[in-house]
Design a protein around this ligand. Structure first.
Ligand SMILES: [Zn+2]
Length: 494
């Protein structure tokens, strides 16, 4: 187990001659965490002073990139390694894990030198004895994390360079939903960013369309909310152009073709955008009138008595509305009664395990099973390697070198994490995301528009209305309404 510096003298015999090692990292200013090399050495001196460790030498790695400095640093580093190997010190004191390791290679070298010479390692206020397995593991994890952070910084820099080179940023008129910031001195465009209010409206419009709401309903609400621009009210063509514009998912379009990722932020997720494209390209959506619907089940709930299963239509009786077979008029039921029955059954079903299972496709199931298997195989491989590294052969050396183990851990750990994540992921259509398996499903339903409710119902259930056994029966008899849910045999979507 790692130990606190003040307990070192209780467990080990001194003297604890110390080497101090301070190191600059290039991103230090940005992270704002670490002080200069000088600060680190001061901190190291304090630890040595408090615990009575005599300071043997100090090594400062100032992180300059100019080659003559780099050369001098390499020489100092080599001197430090040689000193450790020669048994010149008992403990190496540094300030933070990331200061030790330029990358995993340097770390592996430093660690094996300390291990071979029986030198203790102290950083972050903790002392590690590398002859112990738990300490080797803890320091290995710190090193891998330090390297991972460094990689992240490198990736971010590369991305920026690529973006600037390729996309070139926005030009032309400002797209509705965005705003631009200009340099007050030069007048140059600094960035195009999401407009604080309008961006939300854009996002909501896409989501409502993806959820099956009609353009009519959306346009109505937009007009109620105000003008699009001063003096210009919302028109349907505004909506149409918006819904087809890939710039909202941060793609740059040049002369009609998508030339790559844009420099501005996306207002709409790719999945939502794609879902919207599918919906707006459906032929029945082209006319406004057909999309203004007020009944939950009309046009898609079906008569179960006729062979062709004609859709139900709404019959306006004198006192009430009813659904009726649109072809032979052989089935009929009061609208409020059938709506209530169907909604109750569907909300129950949406909260059930069957609902979640229905929307994990066979592809999902195969994919997640494969990911689970892959993850456990890699985990077993790593466990085996760790066991090997903790077992010693007749020559007193571990059966697997610490170098090999560290390299293996570095390559397998992120892969195992990725496999675990994939094993748990299931693709749910955007329409049903945030609905399936939610505990407060009734409240969510209350908040939905009738168009959204219709879309949800259509996605999860098939309805067949049958004839009543006798006239005047008020309750819904068993078998009168047949519901087939998604995932059950015979369910058809659409
Ligand atoms: Zn019929």
């Amino acid at each position: 187990m790692p130990i606190a510096p003040e307990h070192l003298a209780l467990l080990y015999t001194g003297p604890f001659d110390a080497y101090l090692y301070g190191r600059n990292s290039r991103d230090m200013k940005k992270r704002g965490t670490a002080g200069s090399v000088g600060d680190q050495l001061t901190e190291g001196r304090d630890i040595c002073l408090e615990n009575g460790w005599p300071i043997k030498r100090e090594f400062a790695d100032i992180g300059r990139s100019a080659s003559r400095y780099a050369k001098r640093e390499r020489e100092e580093f080599e001197e430090m390694i040689a000193g450790i190997e020669a048994g010149d010190c008992r403990i190496l004191v540094a300030w933070e894990a990331s200061r030790y390791y330029r990358d995993l290679d340097v770390y592996v070298r430093l660690r094996s030198v300390c291990m071979a010479a029986g030198v203790l390692l102290c950083y972050n206020g903790t002392v590690y004895d590398l002859s112990k397995r738990a300490d080797r593991k803890a320091t290995a994890q710190d090193a891998i994390q330090a390297e991972d952070e460094a990689e992240g910084i490198r990736d971010r820099n590369l991305r920026t360079v690529r973006l600037n080179a390729k996309a070139g940023g926005p030009h032309g008129r400002v797209l509705w939903g965005y705003a631009r910031r200009y340099d007050p001195d030069t007048g140059d465009l600094v960035e195009q960013y999401a407009h604080p209010e309008r961006a939300k409206i854009v996002k909501r419009i896409f989501e409502r369309v993806a959820a099956g709401e009609t353009e009519y309903a959306i346009l109505h609400d937009l007009r109620a909310g105000g003008e699009r621009l001063p003096g210009i009210r919302w028109e349907q063509h505004h909506l149409r152009e918006m819904l087809r514009n890939p710039a909202y998912k941060a793609r740059r379009v040049f002369q009609g073709s998508d030339i790559g990722k844009a420099t501005w932020p996306a207002l709409v997720e790719d999945e939502t955008y794609d879902a919207v494209q599918m919906i707006i390209s459906r032929p029945e959506r082209r006319t406004m009138r057909s999309s203004a619907v007020v009944h939950l089940l009309s046009g898609w709930g079906r008569c179960g008595e006729c062979e062709t299963m004609p859709p139900l239509r709404v019959l306006n009786n004198r006192n009430y509305l009813a659904y009726q077979c649109s072809e032979r008029f052989d089935t009929v039921m009061r609208e409020d009664k059938l709506d209530a029955y169907v909604v109750e059954a569907v909300l129950d079903w949406l909260g059930s395990k069957a609902a979640a299972a229905a929307f994990s496709s066979t592809d999902d199931q195969e994919r997640t099973a494969a990911a689970r298997l892959r993850g456990s195989q890699m985990q077993a491989q790593l466990d085996e390697a760790r066991a090997q590294a903790a077992t010693f052969g007749p020559d007193g050396q571990p059966r697997l070198s610490i170098q090999s183990l560290a390299a293996l851990e570095a390559s397998l750990t992120p892969l195992i994490a990725a496999a675990r994540q994939e094993a748990e992921s299931v693709t749910v259509p955007p329409l049903l995301r945030g609905i399936i398996g939610q505990p407060d499903i009734d409240a969510i339903w209350e908040d939905m528009s009738i168009a959204q409710r219709r879309a949800v119902l259509r996605a999860v259930v098939n309805i067949r209305l049958m004839k009543a056994r006798a006239r005047g029966i008020r309750t819904i008899e068993p078998g009168r309404v047949q519901l087939t849910f998604a995932g059950e045999p015979g369910f058809t979507s659409g």
